[in-house]
Design a protein around this ligand. Sequence first.
Ligand code: NAD
Length: 395
Amino acid sequence: MSVVDLELVSKYADIGVEARQLLGKSEQEHYANLSLKWEGGLIQADTYVVFHCAVRGPAKGGIRMSENVSMEETRRLAELMTYKCALAKIPFGGGKSGICINPKTLPVEARRTLIREYVHIFEPFLRNGAYIPAPDLGTTPSDMATIYGRTHMPECVTGKPPRIGGLPGREEATGYGVATSARMAATSIFGKQPSELRVAIQGFGNVGRWTAKFLNDWGAKVVAISDVNKAVYMEDGLPIAEMMAMKTLADASLPEISHDELLLLPVDILIPAAVENVITECVASNTGAKLIVEAANDPTTREGDCILQARGIPAIPDILANAGGVIASYIEWRQAKSGSLTERSETYAAIEKQLTRAFEEMIETVSRENVSHRLAAHIIAVNEVVESMRDRSWV
Ligand code: NAD
């Protein structure tokens, strides 16, 4: 099933039957069994690469490495990328990769070899510019460095370490964008400044920790954070600066709550920044949060979303809230093509500019059409993609 309900969107935007048919399916789906002989045994990983729609530019989207990733999940994530780029007015299409293996079980050298094998199999797409990967759940700038090392083409991958053609500010770009979206939403919806906010964050990886850092810097109280190991809570705010030095929460000596409790806390903003399908019917019915800001991709189920709407809890959708990463990736790609250099402050300014414009367009559509923030973002993004199809005479 598509993430975006095209039938519903077509009630608000002139998208036509042909465009709906094109957007209802991926343009390309590829499968490979990555395998390597390792210390006398065999390591195998089902691997998926999906291009959802490349009408607006090359397929862009991260590589997810997780023992749960499937073709279906990769397909949904690629679809989200199409609309995320369109909403941010970035000339990229939607793509995604999934490598089905638990990264924690891989020795460093085996991981590097597996990524090289990924490049070996999908090299034609990387070299001809059809697909540009980046880090996602379970992958890091160091993995992107491995990809660059195999192709020697800086424009074929983003999220590289800054010393080898990466972008200053790319590492924290998604978190900066999430924090910026949370700040804009709190001001526009509740009239609250960051210093008046209490926030809970699920996930303490790249996105969760940087979101916490920026919100904390701007004066918000981040009262709860979880990772896969544990959830921690402090009524007066967690010591975020100290926590930034921790790789995981496993050894954190901070007061604990359960993972489930974190999702139900009475906070101003709940930020899911880990995996999909966490805002379920049950969480949506019982959460004490006044606003959801979706840092993770696809964190709210359709049933959960209906309940949030019925309870009047706004959700700033993933395709807007976490678009900071792809905005920075676009600048990194452009830098690689032109040979120019970018300052960190320019990366932040570009994220702020594109997100502010997208946010204002979303709010304007919410009030004009009397729809949810998610539906408003979908209407704008689908319309943008369909207009691009018309520009290229696809429909
Ligand atoms: P990551 O691998 O760096 O971190 C994931 C974090 O989630 C880890 O702290 C992990 O312990 C935690 N986690 C996993 N399962 C959990 C659970 N059940 N409960 C609590 N915590 C759990 O990944 P990331 O790059 O931070 O990505 C997180 C989300 O943001 C994903 O949905 C990803 O698609 C999305 N996203 C990432 C980027 C990016 O630039 N990295 C960009 C856009 C969207």
